[in-house]
Ligand binder design. Structure first.
Ligand code: AMP
Length: 213
């Protein structure tokens, strides 16, 4: 199965992608995670990307398209994959369609998570991310057992630079301008499904599973 998870930052795409990955045994492919790894490793590409990421802007299309093209041909993507945070522009979506066509593949479903802006800001500002495994916690809705420590791997939790309030505003604007038009793009292709992003993670997960199974 090949899935795209669409939706604004903070809508829960990463959390749902991890649950879908477990259920369907296919990898989560997150361009945000790939870029953060490149930043951590000090790669040249990471240095360029970091400037955009810290400012809440999108990284250049050619960079992320290149990363995705390399990633989806890896062996673990043979049985399918979950795209989390890609595509984010019409150009990226067109390139993805083209690349899959060359591989005689297509996407099975595009799930769009709907959450209003006030809730998104609350989720993002309260978020703590594990520096080691990337797991996410929230100070009120999903607090870790031990403050500042990841329940899963014991890594330290930090606030992502782009989860600070002033950057969040920019990310939401960028989402409206550049990414929201993808809903229409995929609606026209006939595979857009809309999931309400409210409730517990398990409730949202059941909604998504009912849509894609
Ligand atoms: P995310 O973890 O998906 O919220 O991504 C964090 C940041 O990485 C974004 O705010 C962008 O700066 C960058 N990024 C991730 N995916 C993309 C993409 N598909 N296109 C452009 N920039 C991206």
């Amino acid at each position: 199965m090949r899935l795209i998870l669409l939706g604004p930052p903070g809508a829960g795409k990463g959390t749902q992608a991890k649950m879908l990955m477990e259920k369907f045994q296919i990898p989560q492919v997150s361009t945000g995670d790939i870029l953060r790894k490149a930043v951590q490793e000090g790669a040249e590409l990471g240095k360029q990307a970091k400037i955009c990421m810290d400012a809440g802007k999108l990284v250049q299309d050619d960079i992320v398209i290149g990363l995705i093209k390399e990633r989806i041909v890896e062996a673990d993507c043979k049985g399918g994959f979950i795209l989390d945070g890609f595509p984010r522009t019409i150009i990226q979506a067109e390139k993805l369609t083209e690349t899959l066509k060359e591989m005689s593949l297509s996407m099975d479903a595009v799930v769009d998570f709907e959450v209003d802006n006030e809730e998104l800001v609350n989720r993002l500002t309260g978020r703590g991310t594990c520096a080691d495994c990337g797991a996410m916690f929230h100070k009120t809705s999903r607090p870790p057992a031990k403050s500042g420590i990841c329940d899963g791997c014991g890594g330290a939790l930090y606030q992502r630079e782009d989860d600070k309030e002033e950057t969040i505003k920019k990310r939401l604007e960028v989402y409206q301008d550049e990414t929201a038009p993808l809903k229409e793009f995929y609606r026209k292709q006939g595979n857009l499904k809309t999931a309400q992003g409210y409730g517990t993670v398990e409730e949202i997960f059941s909604r998504v599973c009912a849509m894609v199974s």
